[in-house]
Design a binder for this molecule. Sequence first.
Ligand code: NDP
Length: 436
Amino acid sequence: MGTAEKSTVHSMVVTLASMISLLTLCPPFVILLWYTMVHADGSIALSWEYFKQHGFQGLKTIWPLPSLTAWKIIFSYGFFEAVLQLALPGKRVEGPISPNGNIPVYKANGMQAYVVTLVTYLSLWWFGIFNPAIVYDHLGEIYSALIVGSFVFCILLHIKGYLVPSSTDSGSSGNLIIDFYWGMELYPRIGKSFDIKVFTNCRFGMMSWAVLSLTYCIKQYEEIGHVSDSMLVNTILMLVYVSKFFWWESGYWNTMDIAHDRAGFYICWGCLVWVPSVYTSPGMYLVNHPVNLGLSLALSILAAGLLCIYINYDCDWQRQHFRKTNGRCSIWGKTPSKILASYQTTKGETKTSLLLTSGWWGLARHFHYVPEILASFFWTAPALFSHCLPYFYVVYLTILLTDRAKRDDDRCSTKYGKYWKMYCQRVPYRIVPGVY
Ligand code: NDP
């Protein structure tokens, strides 16, 4: 066997091993995280002690079964979001042209769905119809049901990809595990207009982030009669972040998650289970750890977090505004510097894209990840530093985005060839200017 062949086989083995590890380890991790936050004082040491004593049987004991209440909550929420996605009015928006030359069309009604969801949720609580604290009380069962339900969902999506793909942007890699992990279809739909990735990523996943942040706040209020300043700072920052997301949702449809990553376990299971559990975990921790920060510390953390969210938004906005206006705009008060990069579609047609090389995009090729990571640090910082588990999301996000920056660079390098090289010469750093 030649060296090149050996390295391909080796990297295939590593790829499959890492996919199988994630497929099998992520579900117990979600349950462990919930258990430690809610029942073990947020302390890894306490959980570790428990597992040292009880071993694998201990995991079986703490793993809650999906209850009827959990299924009812999940289905009511999912159904409500699906109805809003279909029924609320919104502008017709075209997504970016796909590798096979298709242009997906969306209805931009994310902000309306977000407002309706939060107003409905708060009204149900206010008028005594449904107490969100119930969601917190059944959180373990809900995650357990989501783990199972989302696996089934991904299997159905996989079968759909094989049998009835919605567009020509689909296909098999020839390996079942890779197909299941990365997905078969880029834009799977039910009928013509119900976009499955918009549902899983935006209306279920991102929306659950806001809904659960409010849930944690309400639960703390019901437990101790007030909401601590740490919980308030955490909730405000998370809500501002999610509001920014829905404000810019049609921009999100141009990003890697939607335009490049197919609908499989990675994206769909991630958005249906990982986002509601891991992304919301700093708030989950604060429910039974009502830290009192004091006004000046609370306001300082809040201001720093808001600034990071704003910068992250501005980075995304610059890129999209620049592309939308074909570079005929002003970036930081100047005409933007750019590279006109040509590439070939899979059909062999030659197309061009503009690469912005000034503004935030002139500092580093993925500078926008810096404020994204810092914002997550600032909405976790209200938990202070007695436990490290609340910072899991910050660490995870740093690893995710570092890997994502590399994946994106590799993809862009293949797509744009010498033009990407030119961009890398002009903007040599990948994420942190002067460092990496
Ligand atoms: P984007 O998809 O927005 O940006 C990368 C793409 O933009 C590239 O694939 C390329 O696409 C194009 N591009 C690259 N360089 C340039 C340039 N200089 N000028 C113009 N276009 C360029 O990145 P992400 O999807 O990673 O991020 C979007 C947002 O989502 C960010 O705010 C990020 O922080 C956030 N995010 C949050 C995550 C979380 O879990 N919290 C995870 C991932 C992202 P093309 O092929 O069109 O040229």
